[in-house]
Design a protein around this ligand. Sequence first.
Ligand SMILES: [Zn+2]
Length: 226
Amino acid sequence: MSFAPSTPRGARDLRSSDKACADDFCGGASHAKGVAPAGDCDSYEVEVLIVHSWTASWARYCPRCGKEGFDSVDGRKHTCARCDFQYYHNLAAAVCAILRCGDDIALVVRARDPGRGLLDFPGGFVDPAEDLETAVLREVREEIGLELAAPRYLYSVPNVYRYREVDYWTLDAMFEFTLTRRPVFTLNDEILDVQWWAPVAIDPTAVAFASVRSAIRRLCQGRVGD
Ligand SMILES: [Zn+2]
């Protein structure tokens, strides 16, 4: 299969008409085209993700017949015009761990792209045949060396994860852990550092993903489980 990023027919680019949003945690981006009113950033970010994913028509050649014309109109369903092969680029499940200690939360500094050097929650993709709870405990153990238990599910947030020119829709499940003291971390090679932050002190432009900004915004607003 050949991967070739392209802008499909009908793709829109909100960035060309950005307007500043009053809420810093939307990433300082826009509420252009009347998609969402300023301040309604949850709706806005979902729209941004939709527009972003629209540009994810990365496959030109059919993996079955090898011919060109393996098109998608929405970045998700890909159909071969010659042999009728179909492929659904469906979303992937992912987990995030919100580690709280007092008024602060632990954020990792990513060692790799996407978002190298930016802040993120510990977490990652759910493995095949794995449940969300097992995945978040595994990711925390692998990335920062903590053995935790009893993950508390909060809510889920859609996101787009661009890896090597391919956009992956994800649905990020947020889990909360409350710690009574700051632990010693053992980092793997995906993580440069772990930092404790008061949510209101975090610079949204230093955060890697829209889903993480959304969760931090909810923490700033005192919205924990909604
Ligand atoms: Zn084909």
